[in-house]
Design a protein around this ligand. Structure first.
Ligand code: TYD
Ligand code: MG
Length: 415
């Protein structure tokens, strides 16, 4: 402070480096592969089967998971529910929040569960990295949750919480305790506007598993994906819905992605593949003659560029007058469709709207090329199976038709 003096002692660091060189250490020994005991059996469930499958079969002891996502998407809610589930099974869980007070978390817990007589879930509102490490070392825990890594700061380091140095330090400290004490740890990570985990890029490299929770804010649908997993495949997805009582697992995605018995023209089904999971989604199109020199193209859940390409293909190869029409296309239930296998379904919804033909029980599965050709997408059989399972029998695939022209001709022959 101004007009004050304080004594600081600097430590000499050069001595340390020469004395403890690694070369003299002889106690490090590699182990035979056969000697090493692995702990596949010790995985434990999060209480959500959707989340377990994304993790590759549950939580691995000593693993560090980074859960990233936009603010308000439901990370804290999902983790608090997970903490409730796991603590009910008798494991002690510590939920450390740098963002909310203990009272706030309790209030959320009241919304999430009726069973509040829980002596295994511990809450603490804390942002000091060193204090947290101490706390973890001195308690016997089955799981630690840190919400969020960007709020953690250590006094040993300059820089505010959220700075690259602080985040990196906090993460390496938490990873170190997790590994030495074999306590699984979940870190919450914020996401920047560009959709990256805020803070240092190395964060994703340091942890064992990176999960992303995403979804449109205004629809309740949330998709949990793994971007990196040292203990399982990365192509699994878990589907949740944000509801009054927290996050609910959606085991049959069709219940939200298919609107009920829709018989109006403009609706067609696509078989969308998310990870290794196929499910049907309804695509809706509305086309009207435009009064604008540049007709409108409005999409929700469908890539704009992809739609423009499909419109060009329809214009050229199916001779549909889409250039004079305003086009509105959306995927039901807030789903984002990026799978090229949905091309044909999108084209058919457009055809259905223009020609006023009811195709609402038709499933279109094919990628459409620039020449109007239909291409077989990966996992065609899996998609067909899913459609049949739900009772849809009119399934259009490249097995029966070679081009969009043929499909359009066949569907419009009576009109
Ligand atoms: P939250 O878990 O705080 O998001 P994050 O930690 O990712 O920032 O979720 C906040 C939102 O979730 C908030 O807008 C309210 C909503 N919500 C529900 O819809 N139902 C619930 O039971 C809870 C607890 C929250
Ligand atoms: Mg939060």
């Amino acid at each position: 402070m101004w007009n004050t003096l304080k004594e600081f002692r600097t430590q000499s660091s050069s001595v340390k480096n020469t004395r403890t060189s690694n070369i003299q250490r002889t106690d490090v020994k590699p182990h035979k592969l056969s000697e090493i005991i692995h702990q596949e059996k010790d995985r434990f469930t999060t209480g959500f089967s959707e989340m377990d499958s994304v993790l590759g079969g549950g939580i691995v002891p000593g693993s560090v998971v980074l859960l990233a996502g936009d603010p308000g998407i439901g990370k804290s809610t999902l983790l608090l529910q997970m903490a409730l589930n796991i603590s009910l099974k008798g494991k002690d869980v510590l939920y450390i929040s740098g963002e909310e007070s203990e009272q706030q978390i309790k209030m959320r817990a009241v919304r999430l569960t009726k069973n509040l007589k829980n002596d295994s879930l511990f809450l603490v509102s804390l942002t000091n990295t060193d204090e947290i490490v101490n706390l973890i070392q001195n308690s016997k825990l089955g799981l630690v949750i840190i919400d969020s890594i960007q709020t953690m700061e250590s006094e040993n380091l300059s820089g505010l919480s959220g700075s690259v140095g602080q985040v990196r330090f906090a993460a390496s400290e938490f990873i170190k305790v997790a590994k030495t004490l074999n306590i699984p740890t979940v870190l919450v990570g914020h996401v920047t506007k560009e959709g990256m985990v805020a803070g240092p890029m190395v964060l994703s490299h340091m942890v064992d598993t990176v999960l992303f929770l995403e979804g449109e804010k205004n629809t309740g649908t949330r998709i949990l994906r793994s971007l990196k997993n040292r203990f399982g495949p990365v192509d699994e997805v878990g589907i949740f819905a944000m509801q009054e009582g927290g996050m609910a697992e959606i085991k049959n995605p069709e219940q939200i992605f298919l609107t009920k018995s829709n018989n109006a023209p403009g609706s067609v089904l696509v078989a969308n593949l998310e990870g290794t999971r196929a499910f049907l989604v309804e695509v809706q199109a509305l086309l009207i003659y435009s009064k604008l020199p540049m007709p409108r193209r409005v999409t929700a859940g469908i890539d704009y560029k992809r739609l423009e390409m499909l419109l060009a293909v329809l214009q050229k190869h199916a001779r549909l007058p889409v250039d004079q029409m305003d086009v509105f296309v959306n995927a039901a239930g807030g789903m984002k469709i990026t799978d090229p296998a949905c091309d044909l379904g999108i084209c058919l919804s457009i055809l259905s709207s223009i020609k006023n033909i009811n195709l609402s029980r038709v499933v279109g599965i094919a990628e459409v090329g620039l020449l109007g050709e239909l291409r077989t997408p990966p996992f065609l059989e899996k998609r067909i199976k899913e459609a049949k399972k739900l009772g849809f029998t009119k399934i259009i695939t490249p097995k029966d038709y070679h081009s969009i022209e043929e499909v359009v001709a066949s569907l419009t022959k009576d009109h």
